[in-house]
Design a protein around this ligand. Structure first.
Ligand code: ISE
Length: 330
């Protein structure tokens, strides 16, 4: 039987999920919710489903079995709580909430339900290139000494800030580090470099993170790199390096040059990851299983983000406290 889905939010990510849901067997889009009535109705008409403007009512509706939360970041926490209250599975875009304290309340509320209902949209865990990287690392049976990451957007919206660079963009690297290395991050330090003349905030930022076992990771996030959207990761091990493959768009040879195009659209770069994330999420709901990044992962990522935000203010190294993983998330 198909799972009836509501998508809340029709911005860049909500629209991508609406498109990608068409490729996901077993999912039926029944409702699109947007705070703007015209946008909600137009998008719902285009997708042959009904429109809502009230997200709380959307989640409570009988024709909604599971919810994709892709509204602005600051709205995530209250919507996730509504899903938990009504026992409905949710795929919530990152970040899970605006602060670690808010994420902790979500974790506590989920533990009280005794069931894992919340998946955080850390879709890189489903990206074929990241999965290949993780597999190459696991089969090499070696230790990672150093890790280099970069995360570049061509441009970002006018309202973007250095804080969002950390909470909205770097948070992907934070989760990828924890997931790839299977360990927690113990310290962080954020460096402002020279500011790009194209930017009105500190851009790029470089963050240095240290894991519990002592691996040092440097992560550049550059929100206005101009040339395109590009993600890179290289693991430096004792006898090898293991790097993320670049996604293959066709190579073009013309006018004395060989061109390997780079998209400027992250929903294209990670199309397969987003679709596989949705497919796995729907299958897991049907089988009463759980997949992907949990509310606990969202909480641990938020602790690291909050520490990065603090370090950006002072330039100091921030120590991050370790906590026992609750039984529900083991
Ligand atoms: C954006 O919000 C995303 O979710 C993308 O995955 C990320 O790479 C991009 O930098 C963010 O701005």
């Amino acid at each position: 039987m198909a799972i009836n889905i509501a998508v809340i939010g029709t911005g860049m990510m909500g629209s991508a999920h609406i498109r990608n849901l068409k490729d996901v067997p077993g999912a039926k889009l029944t409702c699109i919710c947007d705070a703007d009535t015209d946008t909600a109705e137009r998008t719902a008409n285009q997708n042959s489903c009904r429109a809502e403007v009230d997200p709380m009512h959307t989640i409570a509706s009988d024709d909604v079995d599971a919810v994709i939360i892709a509204s602005p970041d600051y709205t995530h926490a209250s919507l996730v709580h509504q899903c938990l209250k009504l026992g409905k599975p949710a795929l919530c875009e990152k970040p899970l909430a605006s602060s670690a304290a808010d994420c902790k309340q979500i974790v506590d509320a989920e533990i009280a339900t005794e069931k894992r209902l919340i998946t955080v949209g850390f879709m890189r865990r489903f990206d074929p290139d990241y999965l290949a990287l993780k597999q190459a690392l696991n089969s090499a049976n070696t230790e990672v000494l150093l890790m280099h990451c970069f995360h570049r957007n061509a441009t970002c919206p006018d309202w973007f800030t250095a804080e969002l660079t950390l909470s909205n963009a770097l948070v992907h690297e934070i989760d990828a580090i924890r997931w790839l290395l299977s360990e927690e991050i113990e310290t962080v330090q954020v460096f402002k470099s020279k500011k790009s003349p194209k930017s009105n905030f500190d851009d790029p930022l470089l963050t240095v993170l240290k894991t519990a076992s002592g691996t040092i990771v440097n992560a550049e996030v550059f929100m206005q790199a101009q040339y395109g959207y590009e993600i890179g990761t290289e693991l430096v091990c004792a006898d090898r390096t293991i790097a993320l493959t670049r996604p293959s768009f066709a190579t073009v040879k013309t006018a004395g040059a060989e061109i390997l195009p780079i998209t400027d659209d992250w929903t294209l770069r990670f199309k397969r990851a987003y679709t596989d994330e949705l497919t796995n999420w729907i299958n897991a709901i049907s089988d009463n299983r759980y997949i992907g990044a949990s509310a606990w992962d969202g909480y641990r990522a938020a602790i690291v983000t909050d520490s990065c935000l603090a370090s950006r203010q002072t330039g100091q190294i921030i120590d991050i406290s370790m906590e026992e993983t609750p039984a529900l998330y083991k």
